[in-house]
Design a protein around this ligand. Structure first.
Ligand code: HEM
Length: 344
C-alpha cells in the first residue's frame, strides 16, 4: 500500500515536472539545483532509476502506456533510426546519384538509331499524364520534405538562425503530414489504371536476360517489348508494393488515434523511413532515364504522343498491335462505306 502511495506521488510529481515545464523552468532560473534536489529527495533515487528503466506508474488516464514516462525500448528505435538507417540512407542516395552520373558519362543516353518519321502515335491519354505528373510532384515534394525532417539537422540547422530553422522544419512537417494521404490516393489510382499493362510475361524475361539492350553483349540491340518493357514494369511494381508500405505506415503515424502504442509508432516509423529511402533511390534511376537517359521518352509523357521510330525501337510489339488495330479499323471503315454505297 505504502509502495502504491509512493508510486502515485512520484508519477504525479514527474508529470508535473514534465507538463509543468514553464513553471519549473521559471523556478529553475532562480534555483535549479534546489528544485532538482527537492524532486530527487522527495521521489528517491530508486524511483528515478525505475523510471529510467521504463517502469510503469499510475495515472488516471486510460490511454495505453500513459503510465510509462520513459520508454526503454524507444532507445532501440532511436539507435536503429539515427545510428543505422539515417547514415545508410544517405549512403544509398548519394550512391544512386553517383551511379546515374557514371552511367551517363560511361554509357551515354540511349539515342534513336534511325531518323524520326514524323508520324505520331498516341501513348498516354490526358488522364494518364495528369496522374503521372501529379504523382511525380507529390512524391518529389514528399521526398524533399521527408529528407529535410531526417537530415535537415545536419545540412541546414548549423548554417541558419534558429528562427529560420524553426520555420523550415515546421513547414516541412506540416507539408509532409497533410500531403502524405494524397500520395496514397494517387497510388490507388495508379494501381487501378495501370496494373493490367504492367503484368509480367515471357517477353519480359528475355528483356531482362539481355539487360534491356543497354549493357553487356546485347548492348545496342532492342529486345522486344509490349506497351511497357520489363524495366518499366519493375519500376511500376516497386512503386506499388514499396509505396503501399510507405503510405500505410505513414497513415499510422499521421493518425495516432487508434490506440497505437509507442512500439507501433516506432515500427511504423522504421518501415516508413526504409520504404521511402528504397523508393527515392529507385526513382533516381527512373527520373534519370525519363529526363536524360532515353531520347524521345519524355515527349511521350509530356505531349501524349511518341514518334513512330521510337515506338518501333523500344516497344516493337506494342507498335505492331497499334498498326494492326489501325489496319482493322481502316478495313471496317471501308466495309461500312461500301455497305452505305450499296444501300444507296
Ligand atoms: C522529373 C521526374 C520524372 C520524369 C521526367 C519522369 C518521366 C517518365 C516518363 C518519360 C515515363 C514514360 C515512359 C514510357 O513512355 O515508356 C514515365 C512513366 C512512369 N513514371 Fe515517371 N517521371 C518522373 C517522376 C516520376 C515519379 C516521382 C514517379 C513515382 C513516384 C513516377 C512514376 C512513373 C510510373 C509508375 C511510370 C509508368 C511505368 C514506366 O513507364 O516506367 N515518375 N515517367
Amino acid at each position: 500500500m505504502n509502495d502504491l502511495i509512493k508510486r502515485m506521488l512520484l508519477v504525479t510529481l514527474s508529470l508535473i515536472s514534465l507538463f509543468g515545464g514553464p513553471v519549473l523552468a521559471a523556478e529553475k532560473t532562480t534555483s535549479p539545483d534546489v528544485a532538482q534536489r527537492e524532486i530527487t529527495q522527495l521521489a528517491g533515487a530508486d524511483y528515478w532509476r525505475q523510471l529510467r528503466q521504463g517502469e510503469q506508474g499510475y495515472t488516471t488516464s486510460s490511454f495505453p502506456e500513459h503510465g510509462v514516462l520513459i520508454s526503454k525500448p524507444g532507445e532501440t528505435w532511436y539507435i536503429l533510426k539515427e545510428k543505422w538507417m539515417s547514415p545508410a540512407g544517405a549512403v544509398a542516395i548519394f550512391g544512386s546519384l553517383a551511379m546515374v552520373i557514371a552511367v551517363y558519362f560511361l554509357m551515354g543516353p540511349l539515342m534513336l538509331s534511325e531518323p524520326r518519321t514524323g508520324t505520331k502515335i498516341r501513348r498516354w491519354s490526358r488522364f494518364d499524364r495528369a496522374l503521372h505528373w501529379s504523382m511525380a510532384f507529390t512524391f518529389l515534394t514528399l521526398a524533399f520534405s521527408g529528407l529535410t525532417l531526417v537530415y535537415g539537422k545536419h545540412f541546414l540547422k548549423p548554417y541558419v538562425s534558429s528562427e529560420i530553422w524553426g520555420g523550415v522544419i515546421y513547414a516541412a512537417k506540416q507539408y509532409h503530414n497533410y500531403i502524405g494521404p494524397i500520395f496514397f490516393v494517387l497510388l490507388v489510382l495508379m494501381l487501378v489504371k495501370w496494373w493490367k499493362k504492367s503484368l509480367f510475361n515471357k517477353t519480359d524475361w528475355v528483356w531482362f536476360k539481355k539487360l534491356g539492350g543497354m549493357a553487356g553483349k546485347y548492348k545496342g540491340t532492342h529486345p522486344s517489348a509490349g506497351f511497357s518493357n520489363a524495366g518499366e514494369k519493375l519500376v511500376y511494381w516497386l512503386l506499388i508494393v514499396v509505396g503501399t508500405f510507405a503510405a500505410l505506415s505513414g497513415l499510422i503515424l499521421d493518425f495516432p488515434i487508434f490506440d497505437q502504442t509507442r512500439r507501433d509508432m516506432e515500427l511504423s516509423n522504421l518501415v516508413h523511413m526504409f520504404s521511402a529511402l528504397v523508393l527515392i533511390c529507385g526513382f533516381i534511376f527512373h527520373i534519370y532515364i525519363g529526363l536524360f537517359g532515353m531520347e524521345g521518352a519524355l515527349e511521350g509523357m509530356v505531349t501524349g504522343d511518341v514518334d513512330e521510330t521510337w515506338a518501333k525501337q523500344h516497344h516493337d510489339l506494342w507498335y505492331e498491335e497499334v498498326r494492326e488495330q489501325e489496319q482493322s479499323l481502316d478495313k471496317s471503315n471501308i466495309k461500312s462505306m461500301e455497305a452505305k454505297t450499296d444501300e444507296r
